[in-house]
Structures are given as structure tokens and as C-alpha cells.
Design a protein. Structure first.
Length: 78
């Protein structure tokens, strides 16, 4: 029987990982979560704005195309 099986598991990314929930919450920095949420919101807003701008450009181009086509059809009829 080896002695290392009796030791509790540890997170080896941290020097002294929290062993209880109270330890975790005492050392938790809420700014990390807020920063992550802020970056995600900025990402989604940027994608939304980009999509809206592309949609508006497409609508304006189609409007101009239809207007020019209607003008061409009217001149052909005269």
C-alpha cells in the first residue's frame, strides 16, 4: 500500500489551493468574473453592430439598385 493514496487531491496549478468552500470564497477576486463578463459583452455588441451595419448597407444597395432599375424601365417605355 502506498502512502500517497491517503493524501487528499490537490490542484497543482496553485501553490496553496483552497481546501474548503470558505477558503475559496475568501480568496476569490470578483473583478476577474466582472472583467470576463465585460469582454464577452463587448464581443457580442461588436458582432451585433457589425451585422447591423452590413444589413443596412445591403438594404441601401438594394434600394439604389431597384430605384435605378425602375428608372431604366421607365425610360425604355418612353
Amino acid at each position: 500500500m502506498s502512502a500517497h493514496r491517503d493524501l487528499p487531491k490537490r490542484d497543482f496549478m496553485m501553490v496553496k489551493p483552497p481546501r474548503t468552500e470558505a477558503d475559496f470564497h475568501r480568496e476569490y477576486d470578483s473583478n476577474i468574473g466582472l472583467g470576463t463578463a465585460f469582454v464577452l459583452i463587448l464581443f457580442f455588441v461588436a458582432i451585433t453592430i457589425k451585422s447591423c451595419v452590413k444589413w443596412m448597407i445591403r438594404k441601401v444597395q438594394m434600394h439604389n439598385f431597384k430605384k435605378a432599375r425602375l428608372k431604366d424601365v421607365k425610360t425604355e417605355l418612353l
